[in-house]
Write a protein that binds this ligand. Structure first.
Ligand code: HPA
Length: 271
């Protein structure tokens, strides 16, 4: 079965089970799914959607929810799959491509990240202005899905300047500090070594995480307007004092999740 046929089958199922056309998509990362409340929310477990990949790790619920946020119809992906879980890039990109088929035009992607930039602190919210991919694969490798986008898409302005401006204004209005940075995707699942973090710093990265970039590549390929937001959960290896743990990452996102969602709501209101 071709990838586009799997996507079309999943889209047909979702149109039936969660009727209504979402204009916006939102992907919630580690520990962030609990913080959001949608009006008239209807959810479907990943397992109930044909061909949809299922996450394997703690802190990543697996549901697609359709509802209203700040008066706009939005499709929220609670939980995601990652490269480090052993998934193919087609699986990692599947939810984003599905959103495109369902009518989504703009996509907000969130994540938990480690800070390489020493001007950042745990708990900071950061607007992603660009990315660096060090995952040794991407969802566009292989046969191009012509129905979605071109063979050689530009990755210039992948993070929509228009949405970034709007996010800065929304943060100001909410009284939330919003920093800006370059996100580097590392393959994981191990956290980085201090030497790797020093190398990434020289490459120009402010943040490091294990997600987002494959999804952004798929989104840009299919013509979605993208906004990326990180919640800093820790200082990256060798920058901070302690050994990193997944529990620490989940704890900070649980604490700062509300602020991140408040920012997302304020952004959606302005759209
Ligand atoms: N490294 C990679 N991924 C992460 C980190 C980190 O320090 N923190 C949260 N996700």
């Amino acid at each position: 079965m071709r990838e586009i046929e799997k996507l079309q089958a999943a889209a047909a199922h979702l149109r039936q089970e969660l009727p209504g056309t979402p204009e916006l998509g939102l992907i919630l990362g580690s520990g962030l799914s609990e913080a959001i409340e949608l009006k008239d929310e209807r959810c479907l477990g990943f397992g109930a959607i044909p061909h949809f990949p299922r996450p394997t790790i703690l802190g990543h619920a697996g549901q697609l929810c359709l509802g209203e946020l700040a008066g706009k119809k939005i499709l929220v992906q609670k939980g995601r799959v990652h490269y480090y879980e052993g998934r193919t890039m087609a699986e990692v990109a599947f939810p984003v491509r599905l959103m495109k088929l369902l009518g989504v035009k703009r996509l907000i992607i969130t994540n938990a990240a480690g800070a390489i930039n020493e001007g950042f602190s745990p708990g900071d919210l950061v607007l992603i202005k660009d990315h660096i991919n060090t995952i040794p694969d991407n969802p566009l490798r292989g046969e191009n899905i012509e129905e979605l986008g071109p063979r050689f898409p530009s990755m210039n302005e992948s993070y929509s300047p228009r949405l970034r401006e709007l996010a800065v204004r929304a943060a100001l209005k909410e009284g939330l500090e919003l920093k800006k940075g370059v996100y580097l995707a590392a393959p994981g699942p191990m956290y980085e070594t201090p030497a790797e973090i020093q190398a990434y710093k020289r490459l120009g990265a402010d943040l490091v995480g294990m997600s987002t970039v494959p999804e952004v590549i798929a989104a840009v390929h299919s013509g979605l307007e993208v906004l990326g937001l990180s919640c800093v959960t820790n200082m990256a290896a060798g920058i901070g004092h302690s050994k990193l743990t997944h529990e620490e990452v989940l704890q900070v996102t649980a604490e700062r999740g509300k602020a991140l969602i408040r920012l997302v709501r304020a952004i959606v209101r302005e759209l």
